[in-house]
Design a protein around this ligand. Structure first.
Ligand SMILES: *Cc1c(COP(=O)(O)O)cnc(C)c1O
Length: 371
């Protein structure tokens, strides 16, 4: 066992083992079984939304939602450049084109003031990502969507429990996608959920994720669907995790507040934002180093002291797969954040001593790596 402090680790502190063993003892291990239904209902109830549709990961949650929302080849969908690759790829899977927009300095999310210039006749919708757990500026995004008749899909993969003006993210757009990957706020190993208030959209998405089968006629497939189903074992993990969601979210907040307090004196770094209209889920506690510092060197130094960190995502417009379709010089904030951002250890299992140790190693590394 190493003493390394990891960026993330799932916290299986509730009924996970009991429910998973129940699946095995009863031999209900596939995508049939009671935990699927229980997890979906509990998740819908937690969000306060009508439909929660389980699927096998967050990426396909985005894909199925986009298909359900009617995205077709040749369409365009607005996406923040600074996000995980899955957000953009889900658009590409539909044969549509992700159109990238720069980030806001204040929230690290999609900048609403830069959306309008990217809208064309082909634009169908906007994917609002709640990056690292902080809600996107949904009010401003919604105004634009309404005015231009665009859908909003929330990528809430990193933001279980985050609030925008007191409202849970994942309930604000036309649909939302969550991830339960091993490092996310709730984890089923691999897993995802699509949420919506819209009955029609929900039934289309259920059909899409279940091979396209007609809900009223077995082995009849009116559309080409996908096998995007979650297993009963994953749902068993999810139900157990969800029973403890208040613990998971409050522990993450506690960790973030320790960092915030201990980093307050350090003018060289900007800690994760939390706007006065937002409650962040603090999926990741993060810092942006100012331009005097070489981010990668700072991370290397921390690694040598057994502190694991992650660089921020590379903006999508810099990826070889997306460079050709993105405008140039359009993304100064995304580039700055992507170059200078570090995700610190953020697991719900961290102790105050561990957070203090991370902050000490960060401070020491900053002293060594000022350019
Ligand atoms: C994790 C993540 C996804 C994809 O979820 P998977 O379950 O890993 O497929 C999508 N978008 C964002 C922003 C994510 O962080």
């Amino acid at each position: 066992m190493s003493n390394k402090i990891p960026v993330a680790s799932p916290a299986l502190i509730g009924n996970e083992k009991k429910y998973v063993l129940d699946c095995i003892d009863s031999s209900w291990i596939s995508s049939n079984g009671k935990y699927i239904d229980l997890f979906e209902r509990a998740f819908a109830e937690y969000l306060g939304i009508k439909h929660a549709i389980s699927c096998c990961n967050g990426t396909v949650a985005l894909h199925a939602a986009l298909l359900g929302l009617g995205v077709k080849p040749g369409d365009e969908v607005i996406v923040p450049s600074l996000t995980y690759v899955a957000t953009a790829n889900a658009v590409t899977y539909c044969g549509a084109k992700p159109v990238f927009v720069d980030s806001e300095k204040e929230t690290w999310n999609l900048d609403p003031s830069k959306i309008k210039e990217k809208i064309s006749e082909k634009t169908r919708g906007i994917i609002a990502v709640h990056l690292y757990g902080h809600p996107a500026n949904m009010g401003a995004i919604k105004q634009i969507a309404v005015k231009h008749n665009l859908f909003i899909l929330e990528d809430a993969a990193e933001a279980h429990g985050a609030l925008y003006e007191g409202v849970k993210v994942g309930t604000i757009g036309d649909a939302s996608a969550f991830s339960f990957y091993g490092n996310k706020i709730l984890s089923t190993g691999e897993g995802g959920m699509i949420c919506t208030e819209d009955d029609n959209l929900a039934s289309i998405i259920r059909q899409i994720k279940g091979q396209g089968q007609d809900p009223k006629r077995r082995f009849w497939f009116p559309i080409v669907g996908y096998n995007y189903r979650m297993t009963n074992i994953e749902a068993a993990l999810g139900l157990a995790q969800l029973e403890k969601i208040e613990w998971h979210t409050s522990r993450r907040r506690e960790v973030a507040m320790w960092y915030k307090e201990m980093l307050a004196e350090l003018s060289e770094v900007q800690f994760s934002p939390e706007m006065n209209w937002a409650k962040s889920a603090y999926w990741m506690s993060s810092v942006i180093l100012d331009n005097r510092f070489n981010r990668d060197e700072v991370m290397n130094q921390m690694q040598l002291q057994d502190v694991e960190t992650r660089p921020f995502f590379y903006p999508m417009h810099t990826m070889p797969i997306y460079q050709a379709i993105a405008g140039e010089n359009d993304f100064p904030i995304a580039e700055y954040l992507g170059r200078q951002g570090i995700n610190l250890p953020s697991s719900a299992l961290l102790t105050k001593d561990q957070v203090a140790y991370v902050v000490r190693t960060l401070k020491q590394s900053l002293i060594k790596n000022q350019r």
